[in-house]
Design a protein. Structure first.
Length: 109
């Protein structure tokens, strides 16, 4: 699942889907809980700045892993790296997103 609103975020969703991922898109982190209850979702991508809301929404459903996306050039990048096993930066390539998702899925199995 991806929290996406902007044209660039939606373009990333299209590229992830083209690589074979079944992507669910929500426009607001507050929609994550309902989406997780209604679908079998393994990974949630959302901005690091929304982590508290994302983790709260995810707390009622087990199984999905949150991969935070930190804004490049901010202190979020190092904070996300320290707090989470895997994280991404807003300027990472699609290939980096795919590798991170793959590693996360592999560790879940």
């Amino acid at each position: 699942m991806v929290v996406a609103n902007s044209a660039s975020e939606l373009a990333l969703v299209e590229r992830l889907a083209a690589a074979g991922h079944d992507i669910h898109v929500v426009s607001n982190p507050s929609e994550i809980g309902a989406e997780l209850q209604n679908h079998d979702i393994d990974v949630v991508l959302a901005y690091y700045s929304a982590r508290d809301l994302v983790e709260n929404e995810m707390s009622s459903v087990a199984g999905a892993t949150f991969i935070p996306v930190a804004m490049n050039g901010t202190m979020e990048t190092s904070a996300a790296n320290e707090r989470y096993q895997r994280s991404l930066s807003s300027d990472d390539s699609v290939l980096t997103y795919l590798k991170t998702i793959h590693k996360t899925l592999k560790s879940q199995s």
